[in-house]
Design a protein around this ligand. Structure first.
Ligand code: HPA
Ligand code: ZN
Length: 335
């Protein structure tokens, strides 16, 4: 069965490129770029101690603290290219055919790294992934919900961001970072303006936050996908609505265990979603922070917990292709 899972033409919709920064890459880039790592945290003694600390996240915010420190090591175009290339190589090994990748421009621009530096690096890796690995990919610009919404608007309206969206280098927007106490509706204007530009829209909701955030992401942000959304099972009426509308959830099983949203993959409502006709894809989220578990490890963990049939897996992959934001020609190739 594992071999069957490896061979399935997988679409990944929920991968934060900054979350593919391995402790080894983090340390080598910090050294190259003369970036000081925190001296008061023993986790930063070595890649090994950092890896050990990553096994012990207490919640989403505990992880995010390390995630934002980690990405401070990324400085020039080559760093961003190396980061994304490292991800694409893992993706190829795991049988990914198409990837739609998140990135967090606010976390780079705020520390003086230009948006175009980030984008140039990612674009170079995407081009190489297409040419050498046959992986098609798209970029989704995420806004950080723990920062004031006017800052997200300012980022969206900035000239390099607008240029990348109008050219198609960036095809959609997302909303990530701390969820609790940062409801989706705070970002309604950002989503209205992005939609007016013709962008696709998604948002993290129902990871740590309540099912109600899934409803407000749909109603106020008018998103076409929901990232995570595992708490949807707490609201059967909303679950039926999502199933009827065929809104894709981008589920990240191992992430949910690492960030203590559930105690095991078996606790996730995968069977409930299948029975209710909820469409979902299986994804890695931040593989370098969650035990080096890329997409295939997530497929395997779901298989170990739920013993799905090949027919059910084929259905999951088909839903993923349908819910992808690539053009119709590419979708036909993937089917
Ligand atoms: N949730 C919210 N924000 C994030 C995540 C996540 O799983 N990963 C990276 N940023
Ligand atoms: Zn995520």
């Amino acid at each position: 069965m594992y071999e069957y899972l490896q061979k399935l033409p997988k679409c990944e919709h929920h991968i934060h490129l900054e979350g593919a920064l391995t402790p080894e890459l983090l340390f080598s880039m910090a050294q190259k770029n003369h970036i000081d790592l925190p001296e008061d945290d023993p986790a930063f003694l070595s890649p090994e101690s950092l890896t050990a600390r990553y096994r012990d996240f207490s919640c989403l915010d505990d992880f995010l603290g390390y995630y934002y420190i980690g990405m401070n090591s990324l400085l020039d175009v080559a760093d961003f290219e190396a980061l994304a290339w490292d991800y694409f190589q893992h993706a190829a090994q795991d049988g990914v055919a198409h990837a739609e990748c998140f990135f967090d421009p606010q976390a780079h621009v705020s520390r003086g790294v230009g948006y175009d530096v980030v984008l140039s690096g990612f674009k170079a890796a995407q081009k190489r992934a297409q040419a050498e690995l046959g992986i098609s990919s798209e970029l989704i610009c995420c806004f950080l919900r723990h920062l004031p919404p006017p800052e997200a608007l300012e980022t969206l309206r900035s000239s390099p961001v607008q240029t990348s969206m109008k050219s198609g280098d960036v095809i959609g927007i997302g909303l990530d970072s701390s969820e609790k106490d940062f409801p989706p509706q705070l970002f309604q204007q950002v989503y209205d303006e992005a939609r007016a530009l013709g962008l696709r829209c998604t948002a993290h909701a129902g990871e740590e936050g309540p099912a109600e955030y899934i409803a407000t992401a749909l109603d106020d942000l008018r998103v076409q996908r929901i990232d995570h959304g595992v708490r949807l099972a707490e609201d059967p009426k909303l679950m039926q609505r999502i199933a009827n509308d065929q809104t894709l959830l981008t589920i990240c099983p191992i992430s949910n265990v690492y960030l203590k949203c559930v105690t095991s993959v078996a606790e996730l409502p995968i069977r409930t979603f299948l029975d209710a006709g909820v469409q979902f894809s299986i994804n890695s989220d931040d593989p370098a922070y969650f035990g080096d578990n890329y997409i295939l490890a997530n497929y395997r963990a779901v298989q170990d917990a739920f013993s799905l049939t090949p027919r059910e897996w084929a259905g999951i992959c088909r839903a993923g292709i349908k819910g992808s934001w690539c053009d119709e020609t590419r979708k036909k190739e993937l089917m």
